[in-house]
Design a protein around this ligand. Structure first.
Ligand SMILES: [Zn+2]
Length: 198
């Protein structure tokens, strides 16, 4: 085995074999582990570039139930009153419920599908919303709709917070108005597709 080996006079060094340059990076370890375990990275959220970070982060946290919902408090033994959904009072408040199964969310998704002229948004988890890729249309439209879905989650959460902290009843038409206004503001000012008309 050693017959063809040529020993150089250089100092010995470590080399990381999974990387073609021999360079060790955490990224390459992660890739190796995912490949070895046969896992696919398909639940990774796609960052929407024309949205403020706070909106992207909110969706990303919701995907792993890391927003302070009633159920999240209860699990951590933080007892701050009733943990049922503040928007419908008919289920435990989780991120999954708030953004998918809740009556308010379902009505908001209906409003958005007819406004954006897309097929029905059917989501069983927040991840389903994050990877809603079946939109037919131009790249520009796909990019816009992706962001609008994230803004809707953000607005539903804001409406919920207004109920909780300011006793302001949630109104679906207000949520939809906010989604449209913020969507227009951010898409026309922050995306590469400027010059969008109201
Ligand atoms: Zn609800």
């Amino acid at each position: 085995m050693l017959e063809g080996v040529q020993v150089s006079a250089d100092a010995d060094q470590w080399s990381w074999f999974p990387d073609s340059n021999g360079e060790f990076t955490v990224k390459s370890v992660k890739k190796l582990l995912l490949e070895e375990a046969g896992l696919r990275n398909d639940s990774v959220m796609e960052w929407c570039k024309w949205l403020p970070a706070k909106v992207n982060i909110h969706v990303w946290r919701s995907m792993s139930e890391s927003i302070p919902t009633g159920e999240a408090h209860k699990k951590r033994n933080v007892l701050v009153g009733d943990s049922s959904c503040l928007l419908c009072n008919s289920a435990d408040e989780t991120a999954e419920h708030l953004f998918t199964a809740c009556f308010t969310a379902a009505t908001v998704w209906n409003g958005i599908t007819s406004w954006c002229k897309i097929s029905n948004i059917i989501a069983f988890s927040v991840k389903d919303l994050g990877i809603h890729n079946e939109i037919v249309g131009s790249e520009r439209k796909k990019e816009a709709v992706k962001g609008i879905i994230s803004i809707a989650c953000w607005s539903i959460w804001r409406a919920r917070n207004n109920v909780k902290f300011y006793n302001v009843p949630a109104r679906i038409e207000n949520i939809l108005s906010e989604v449209k206004a913020l969507g227009f503001l951010w898409f026309s000012n922050r995306s590469k597709h400027r010059g969008v008309e109201w």
